[in-house]
Ligand binder design. Structure first.
Ligand code: UTP
Length: 317
């Protein structure tokens, strides 16, 4: 057997495990108005569960033990969703609706594991994450943007935790986007890429297509080291006048490893109407209860579009 001192420094021993996840949910959801005038965007349902629950379940599957919500005004519904609801449970029990009862129980937060902080002003994602600094403390943590949803056999964050246990440092989930759309995303400058893990040497928030260093984009899943909070504390404004998480990450480059993981699965931007509709179709087609019927509906629509004239666009307005 090799002498332990001869082995390369292993990430497992150099970096602490990821136990906490931050869920920034204080944004205004302007792309979804008027639906989000009163109701938080993260409560929009994807098939039968709100977006925030999809994110919670993905984090729980990845072994996350503490769930930190960065909320804001009119966002109480998000925390209440995870409460124990005795009257509802009793009513379902009494009516013998055991399947539904099971579903309700999976939306319960383990006791003492939900932590809340507030972002008084929606100054940007970087600022929202900074608001969680005391609750995260001095350890690595995950960030889950609930409006980014990944359809995959294995949860995206689980895949990331597995990769992080090898790479250590900072790790983001990445995917290729069309060059024409780089101005919507955080884009990576890549040093090395083996097709699954990319070594990152630069990061740019929403670059114009002609200036983008690549077409590899960050999606809403991160594992970061706590040193990010020192960079966020500068409160520097970036693209769109917002305090950007990507800019603070860029300042850590060089002092800590940064990797991108091409995850297995498909990501949907549920913060936009099109992405949300597409996600609902994709998820519901795979639903064990209604999937077959949804597939029939989709086929019927496809036939109708193939065989008839165009659907009038102004029908409801
Ligand atoms: P988005 O930019 O997608 O959310 O931020 P938004 O600003 O609410 O949406 P639009 O663009 O106006 O439609 C991604 C995540 O970060 C949170 C959002 O709630 C969302 O979950 N966020 C964003 C904050 O918590 N605070 C902010 O200041 C900005």
């Amino acid at each position: 057997m090799k002498n332990v001192t001869e082995l390369p420094m292993n990430a497992k021993s150099a970096y602490k495990p990821v136990r906490k996840a931050v869920f920034p949910v204080a944004g205004m959801g302007t792309r979804f108005l008027p639906a989000t005038k009163v109701m938080p965007k993260e409560m929009l349902p994807l098939v039968d569960r709100p977006l925030i629950q999809h994110a919670f379940e993905e984090a729980r599957e990845a072994g996350i033990e503490e769930f930190i919500f960065v909320t804001g005004r009119s966002k109480e519904m998000l925390e209440e969703h995870f409460d124990y609801q005795p009257e509802l449970e009793q009513a379902l029990e009494a009516r013998g609706k055991h399947d539904m009862l099971r579903k309700v129980r999976t939306s319960e937060m383990p006791e003492g594991k939900l932590y809340l902080t507030r972002q008084a002003r929606a100054l940007g994602l970087g600022h929202a994450i900074w608001c969680a600094r005391k609750l995260v403390g001095n350890e690595p943590f995950a960030i889950m943007l609930p409006d980014d949803v990944v359809l995959s056999r294995r949860g995206c964050l689980s895949q990331m935790v597995e990769a992080y246990n090898e790479t250590g440092g900072n790790l983001v989930a990445v995917m290729d986007v069309p060059r024409a759309e780089t101005n919507k995303y955080g884009i990576l400058d890549v040093e090395k890429d083996d097709g699954k893990i990319a070594v990152i040497k630069g990061l740019v928030e929403k670059p114009a297509p002609e200036e983008a260093p690549s077409t590899l984009s960050i999606i809403g899943r991160y594992i970061l080291q706590p040193e990010i909070f020192e960079k966020l504390a500068a409160f520097e404004k970036g693209a769109g006048g917002e305090i950007q998480l990507t800019d603070a990450m860029a300042k850590l480059l060089g002092s800590q490893p940064f990797h991108g993981l091409r995850f297995e699965g498909r990501r949907y931007d549920c913060g936009s109407r099109l992405g949300f509709i597409e996600a609902n179709i994709a998820f519901s087609m795979r639903d064990p209860e209604i999937g077959a019927q949804v597939q029939n509906i989709v086929r019927r629509f496809a036939d109708e579009l193939a065989n008839s004239e165009e659907v009038p666009l102004e029908a409801r307005r």
